[in-house]
Design a protein around this ligand. Structure first.
Ligand code: SF4
Length: 471
């Protein structure tokens, strides 16, 4: 599955860390839940829906596992390693269950959907298993578990979008928020579990999305990221007006809420991204010039085996078109090395494509066979692990050069930065991101979170632009 972008700062803040950290302990409620999330931004957004459903049923949040009556892990199944991380975390929860035998432990998300009831056999500690489309059933599943039963609901839906549920912002900086616009994926990339763990594509009611973004803006948020596995296939039919709302139209509706509300989106698909989307980005200054466009491989032969439905040439033409219409657009991607039958030539094609595109940011992994996927059923995972690692190492090394060049070319320029918080390195400095999603750090002066500040960049590191506010 593509990485639904969490940039480094957010990634570091969230991955594996007790996600509930920033949740203010809600001591009013008499029952408490603790939730921890792994994987992509979609999972983090889902945990905010889960928090809302639980609050609706009298649960308050806690950041302290030992105080929780209910512990939930929102799991990722994208690679074997992600599942191992969850299993290890579950063993760490054993002590809490020992101390509090009536505590309920539940697993949510893609690994829950992939394993279903088998999860209960493999992990005895677990009481409830809930798939991504079944979170409304959580209260009744908890009741069953409180009655001493193990409970499972992994039904995938063709229309569930949780559109009517106002998410509770977890770990929020009060400035940026994720808003999911669709669920599931109709593509069948041969290496990917998502179509099996998140089901068929369905687009959320466009007006409920605009309403959620308006509420966020009124609450002081200044940036929304519209989330979907493949946002370009967003497609909402408004029967009342007999119109079809495309992704470009939806972006425009959100951008029109206020010029002070920045709009980002993730993830795009090379076969579906349209000129209409690029023209809409041109038209609205508050739609950020940044696109996450996973390519996965630079070899057309491998792309065909991956069932990505586009060729190397098609992808490069898309990048050239983006650069033609949005010259300073930031571009990031996902790459997989060592996919079944990948040759040295294929690998060199991936490197040369990266050389052409010079991505600002890239999420790079070696192929991890996922049970039940098309690739697992059809192809042998025949590239030796050592070769996979060596190719990944070469890819990362090349990307490091490109991302540093991408940072260095910004020195001397001035960017509009949305302040997200105090820099980790110094209380006297603030950090935020530029339009192109680059992290910028500058002296605090009288600025604060949520402000837009024009910052002139004086120098940079591999991951951060360093500057000073200019009037
Ligand atoms: S587009 Fe492909 S890789 Fe992305 S979620 Fe869908 S099936 Fe997975």
């Amino acid at each position: 599955m593509e990485t639904l972008v969490l940039d480094k700062t957010q990634d570091e803040a969230r991955q594996g860390e007790a996600y509930a950290a920033a949740l203010a302990d809600d001591m009013v409620a008499h029952k408490h839940f603790y939730i921890e999330s792994y994987g992509c931004a979609m999972n983090f957004a889902d945990s905010e829906v889960v928090a809302s459903i639980l609050q609706e049923h009298g649960y308050g949040a806690t950041t302290q596992t030992e105080l929780a009556d209910l512990i939930l892990i929102n799991t990722c199944s994208i690679r074997e390693k992600a599942e191992q991380t969850v299993r290890k975390r579950l063993t760490e929860f054993k002590q809490f269950k020992k101390a509090k035998p009536d505590m309920i432990i539940g697993v949510l998300g893609c690994m829950a959907e992939r394993l279903k009831a088998k999860f209960l056999e493999e992990e005895k500690l677990v009481d409830i298993v809930v798939g991504p489309d079944a979170y409304r059933a959580l209260p009744s599943l908890i009741e069953e578990a409180n009655g001493g039963q193990k409970a499972v609901n992994v039904l995938l839906s063709r229309d569930e979008t949780y559109a009517d549920i106002a998410p509770i912002r977890l770990n929020s900086n009060g400035v940026t928020a994720f808003v999911s616009i669709m669920r599931g994926c109709n593509n069948m990339c041969s290496f990917c579990v998502v179509p099996f763990t998140r089901g068929r594509e369905r687009s959320r009611d466009a007006y409920s999305i605009v309403k959620e973004c308006e509420a966020l803006f009124n609450d002081g948020y200044r940036e929304v990221t519209l989330l979907g596995q493949n946002v370009d296939s967003y497609h909402f039919i408004d029967d009342t007006k007999d119109v079809i709302i495309s992704f470009a139209k939806l972006m425009e509706m959100v951008a029109q809420i206020s010029p002070l509300l920045r709009v980002r989106f993730s993830t795009s698909h090379p076969k579906d991204i349209t000129d209409e989307v690029l023209f809409t980005m041109q038209q609205y200054e508050n739609i950020c010039n940044y696109i996450h466009l996973p390519v996965q491989s630079g070899s057309s032969r491998v792309l065909q085996m991956m069932n990505r439905t586009y060729s190397r040439e098609w992808y490069i033409a898309k990048v050239n078109r983006i650069r033609e219409l949005l010259p300073d657009c930031g571009l990031s991607t996902d790459m997989i090395t060592g996919f079944c039958t990948e040759t040295e030539e294929d690998h060199q094609e991936s490197l040369s494509l990266m050389e052409h595109c010079k991505f600002e940011l890239a999420y790079m992994y070696f192929y991890s066979e996922r049970p039940g996927t098309l690739a697992a059923r059809r192809f042998e995972d025949d590239v030796p692990l050592e070769t996979k690692k060596r190719r990944l190492h070469e890819m990362v090394a090349l990307h490091r050069i490109h991302s540093l060049q991408g940072m260095q070319k910004e020195v001397g320029k001035t960017f509009k930065v949305l302040v997200e918080g105090v820099s980790k390195k110094s209380e006297d400095e603030l950090y935020g991101r530029s339009d192109q999603n680059k992290v910028v750090v500058f002296p605090k002066e009288n600025f604060k979170k949520g402000d837009y500040v024009m910052v002139k960049v004086n120098t940079c590191t591999a991951g951060t632009l360093i500057g000073k506010a200019v009037k």
